[in-house]
Write a protein that binds this ligand. Structure first.
Ligand code: AG3
Length: 287
């Protein structure tokens, strides 16, 4: 009898993936870790029974949450990654030649050890890079206390249940803004708005008063069931979101970075929002 993994994340809806082989199962101090093999997605990482990343589609998520802010900015030297323990975001970030330092703040040390051992297909040698400053800490505490300032802050969180919940609060976003250098940009993992409309609505309502420009951009990541995923975007540099296509093309070409999903054209198109998504970003009648 085939064994199935069941993700219960959205009310009234469940996703099932066939488990061809369990590669790892265990509990860290913060969460339950599961790595299994599936015919469609390859190796699948689940935390607390929610799919976090998969071998076959991780490039879409990691490329879009890294290269969009970095190529839009154009002169990034320092990046802060909150979460991202699998190292996928770190690996993509380090591909940019101008990067001098990447601070990664992950709450769960066990996830980092696990990634180095089992997720090399995602992180490669990123954890050994000398530009990495790895901090095992609570992301909220870090953004409120660090003296460092970053050109880009990437929030690669879990969903707002369990350890990731605090990363969707006004308090955290205020801290994240505090550690941005002038003209810096904050991007966030914001769930699939078809199922998680309130998550995007809440983030948008928090970001709007804090930044001169806030919005979101979209990409479909098959492992995160439910259509397009939204990535939050916030910066005081109001021109960044409209970085002209020819400038993006030139930056991508000059970087020599090879991508499978990201391109300058995909970047520009990702900010085109269907009206039902734009509506979630707008001020609610209550304010
Ligand atoms: N970040 C988790 C995204 C979870 C989305 N889940 C969902 N809404 N189906 C993953 C970490 C990858 N580096």
């Amino acid at each position: 009898m085939a064994e199935w993994f069941e993700e219960i994340l959205h009310p009234g809806f469940r996703t099932k993936l066939q488990v061809d082989k369990v590669l790892y199962e265990g509990d860290s101090e913060h969460q339950k870790l599961l790595l299994f093999e599936n015919a469609v997605f390859g190796r699948v990482l689940a935390l607390n029974n929610i799919v976090q990343t998969t071998e076959r589609d991780e490039f879409i998520y990691h490329e879009m949450l890294t290269h969009v802010p970095l190529f839009a900015h154009g002169a990034v030297r320092k990046v802060l990654i909150i979460g991202g323990g699998d190292g996928g975001m770190l690996e993509e970030t380090l591909k940019h030649r101008g990067i001098e330092k990447v601070t990664m703040v992950e709450i769960d040390a066990a996830v980092i050890d696990f990634s180095k051992q089992h997720l090399r297909f995602i992180c490669n040698d990123a954890f050994e890079d000398e530009r990495l400053d790895l901090v095992i800490a609570d992301g909220v505490d870090y953004v409120e206390t660090t003296c460092e300032r970053y050109d880009v802050v990437i929030v690669d969180s879990t969903d707002p249940v369990g350890p990731g919940e605090v990363l969707f609060t006004e308090r955290f976003y205020t801290g994240a803004k505090r550690c941005l250098a002038a003209g810096g940009v904050l991007v966030t993992q914001n769930g699939v708005p078809f199922f998680q409309a309130d998550e995007l609505r809440n983030t948008a309502a928090c970001l709007r008063p804090l930044f001169r420009d806030s919005s979101c951009y979209l990409a479909a990541v098959p492992g995160y069931t439910g259509g397009v995923m939204a990535f939050g975007w916030a910066t005081d540099n109001v021109t960044l979101r409209q970085t002209p296509l020819d400038r993006l093309q030139e930056r991508v070409r000059a970087s020599g970075i090879e991508t499978r999903h990201y391109s300058a054209e995909v970047h520009a198109a990702a900010f085109a929002l269907p009206p039902w998504v734009s509506a979630l970003l707008e001020r609610s009648p209550q304010g």
